[in-house]
Design a protein around this ligand. Structure first.
Ligand SMILES: NC(=O)c1ccc[n+]([C@@H]2O[C@H](COP(=O)([O-])OP(=O)(O)OC[C@H]3O[C@@H](n4cnc5c(N)ncnc54)[C@H](OP(=O)(O)O)[C@@H]3O)[C@@H](O)[C@H]2O)c1
Length: 327
C-alpha cells in the first residue's frame, strides 16, 4: 500500500512508519520540516503540492497536532485546537480534490474525549462524552472540546469515496525515548512512581504492537467507520498501573504524590496535571465486537515486554519480573 502519514514525525508516527515500512508498504510523511527521503513539506493548514501525495495513495493517517504535554496557557490551548482542526480540515480538502482518493482516512482522536469517570468503562456505544462532569476543573472541558472539533472536522469533510475512522486512542506505550512510557519509567526508576493524588484515577493504555495491529485491522475492515476506541480491555487505577511498572523494572518503592505535589511537578516539567489526574476508563467495544484480539491485553504482560525493550532494560542482572520474582 501507499500510506500517507500526516504529522508522522512524532511518537505515534515513528511507531507506524517503522512498522508499515517493515511490512513492505510505501510510507510518505507530511511534516513542517522535511529532512529526509519520503518526507514531504506541508504547513498543516493550506493545500499545496503535498496534496499530490494524497492523490492515488491507499491510506491517509493524520496524526498532526501540537503536543498536549505543555502548560495550558491561552496561546498553547489555541495551538492545540487549531493544529488538530486545521490539519484534519486540510487533509479532507486534499482527499476531496483527489482524482483517485484513498480508500480510507484514519484520523487520530483521543480517549480523552470521554468523561472523567471511575464507576464504569466507556465504550463507543454507551460511553459518555466529557465536558459536563461535576467536581473537576472547568478547564478540563477544553480538551474534550478539542477532541469534538477534531472529530467534527473529519466527519464534515466531503469525501464520499473515502471511508473515515476516528481513532479514539489511549496512551500508546512504546519504549522509544521521549514517549509517554519512557517518561513514566523514568519516574519509576528514580522512586517517584507512586500513587498521584490517591491513584484511584484510571489509566487507559495500548501497547505499541497492538496499536499497529489495530490500525492495520481498521485499514482492512471496510465495514468499520466512525469513532473506534484504541485501548486495551484492562484499564487500571493509576496506583496499580505504577505498582506493576515498578515491579517490572524491579524498583521496590514509589513515593506517593499529593495533588499539590503533582501541580508543582507538572509546573516544573512545563506540563499539566490533567494528564495525570483525569480518570480515563476506556475499553475497546467496537474492536472486540469486530473480533480483534490483543497481543498484550494486560498491563502486567505489556509492562514486562516494554521494560525488556527499553534502553538499558535488556538482560539487566537481577531485574524483578512483573510478578515480583527475580530473573
Ligand atoms: N502518543 C499517544 O499516546 C497519543 C494518544 C492519544 C492521542 N494522541 C494524539 O495523536 C497524535 C500523534 O501523537 P504523538 O504522540 O505522535 O504526537 P507528537 O509526538 O507530538 O507528534 C505530533 C506531530 O504533529 C506535528 N505538529 C505539531 N504541531 C503542529 C502544528 N502546529 N501544525 C501541524 N503539525 C504539527 C509534528 O510534526 P512536524 O513538527 O514534523 O510537522 C509532530 O511530529 C497527537 O495529535 C496526539 O494528541 C497521542
Amino acid at each position: 500500500m501507499n500510506v500517507v502519514l500526516a504529522g508522522g514525525t512524532g511518537q505515534v508516527g515513528t511507531i507506524l512508519d517503522r512498522a508499515l515500512t517493515a511490512a513492505g508498504h510505501e510510507v510518505t510523511v507530511l511534516t513542517r520540516h522535511p529532512r529526509r527521503e519520503r518526507q514531504t513539506g506541508w504547513d498543516g493548514v493550506t493545500l499545496g503540492p503535498w496534496a499530490e501525495a494524497v492523490d492515488g495513495c491507499d491510506v491517509v493517517i493524520n496524526l498532526a497536532g501540537r503536543s498536549v504535554s505543555c502548560r495550558y496557557t491561552p496561546e498553547n490551548l489555541r495551538a492545540m485546537m487549531d493544529s488538530r482542526v486545521d490539519s484534519a480540515r486540510v487533509v479532507g480538502e486534499a482527499i476531496a480534490a483527489a482524482a483517485r482518493p484513498p480508500r480510507v482516512w484514519l484520523q487520530m482522536s483521543t480517549a480523552t474525549i470521554y468523561a472523567h469517570r471511575f464507576d464504569a468503562a466507556h465504550d463507543e456505544a454507551t460511553g459518555v462524552i466529557g465536558g459536563s462532569e461535576t467536581g473537576v476543573p472547568d478547564y478540563w472541558g477544553f480538551s474534550v472540546e478539542i477532541a469534538r472539533n477534531w472529530e467534527r472536522a473529519q466527519h464534515e469533510a466531503p469525501t464520499p469515496a473515502t471511508r473515515k475512522v476516528a481513532l479514539r486512542s489511549a496512551m500508546v506505550m512504546s519504549p522509544d525515548p521521549g514517549g509517554v512510557f519512557d517518561a513514566l519509567l523514568g519516574l519509576a526508576r528514580v522512586g517517584l512512581g507512586g500513587p498521584v493524588a490517591g491513584g484511584a484515577q484510571y489509566v487507559s493504555w495500548i501497547h505499541d504492537e497492538d496499536f499497529v495491529r489495530a490500525v492495520e485491522f481498521l485499514i482492512d475492515r471496510a465495514d468499520i467507520d466512525g469513532p473506534v476506541n484504541l485501548a486495551t480491555p484492562g484499564p487500571l487505577p493509576q496506583r496499580d498501573f505504577m505498582r506493576t511498572l515498578r515491579a517490572a523494572w524491579g524498583v521496590p518503592v514509589g513515593l506517593p504524590a499529593t495533588r499539590w505535589m503533582a501541580e508543582l511537578g507538572a509546573f516544573a516539567l512545563r506540563s499539566d496535571t490533567e494528564l495525570l489526574l483525569k480518570s480515563r476508563r476506556v475499553i475497546p467495544g467496537r474492536l472486540r465486537e469486530a473480533g480483534f484480539s490483543f497481543t498484550h491485553p494486560t498491563w502486567e504482560s505489556a509492562a514486562a515486554d516494554l521494560v525488556q525493550r527499553a534502553p538499558g532494560g535488556l538482560r539487566r542482572p537481577g531485574r524483578a519480573t512483573a510478578h515480583g520474582g527475580r530473573r
